[in-house]
Design a binder for this molecule. Structure first.
Ligand SMILES: Nc1ncnc2c1ncn2[C@@H]1O[C@H](COP(=O)(O)OP(=O)(O)OP(=O)(O)O)[C@@H](O)[C@H]1O
Ligand SMILES: [Mg+2]
Length: 171
């Protein structure tokens, strides 16, 4: 049996990855941090589109290109506002860059959640707790999506439990 703090799923196509993300959208809370690991084209942005859908974001979600962060207005299931901070650190020149754009203010936003693609680029300044989503190709169009609460106790384990419940209900 897989441990309680890890959830492993297989997504058969991009829309399924969005659906899984959409189940996470209503579960996240202000101040949450979600890190997305995976190679180019693994499906990080696709998964983020799902999170956005689950947060009621109406904008089209794409990776930020000229900036490192895009902001989208979403809502919590109770109707209160919740912003999605979508960061993509791929183009980060070096860790010195992180300071100039105020990276740390996005790590635990009071009014929203942060979703970070290529968080490896900021390894030295990441906090100790986050939800880690790993995406890896399985054959042509499937992806293994592994979602892990780091550390294996506390709020992110609660988020993972809530996500499991939603995915079960969906079936
Ligand atoms: N099961 C799947 N889940 C997600 N994406 C899939 C899946 N199968 C195929 N794809 C395709 O893989 C690509 C994923 O692209 P996406 O932009 O989400 O990747 P990314 O990890 O954000 O890449 P980058 O590092 O360049 O930002 C899309 O073209 C998508 O249609
Ligand atoms: Mg991307």
């Amino acid at each position: 049996m897989e441990p309680q703090h890890v959830l492993e799923l297989v997504s058969e196509n991009p829309e399924r990855s969005r659906e899984i993300g959409a189940c996470l959208g209503p579960v996240v809370r202000p101040g949450d941090l979600i890190l997305l690991h995976g190679d180019l084209g693994a499906g990080k942005t696709t998964f983020t589109q799902g999170i956005a859908r689950g947060m009621g974001v109406e904008d089209y979600v794409q990776s930020p290109t000229f900036t490192l962060v895009n902001e989208h207005d979403g809502t919590r299931p109770d109707g209160t506002p919740l912003r999605l901070y979508h960061l993509d650190l791929y183009r980060l020149a070096g860790e010195a860059d992180l300071e100039s754009f105020g990276f740390e203010q996005y790590l635990a936003p009071a009014d929203g959640v942060a979703v970070v693609e290529w968080p490896e680029r900021a390894a030295t300044v990441l906090p100790e707790a986050y939800l880690l989503v790993r995406l890896a190709p399985v054959g042509a169009d499937a992806r293994r999506i592994t979602i892990e609460a780091v550390p294996p106790e506390g709020v992110y384990v609660e988020r993972l439990d809530a996500l499991r419940e939603r995915l079960d209900r969906e079936e």
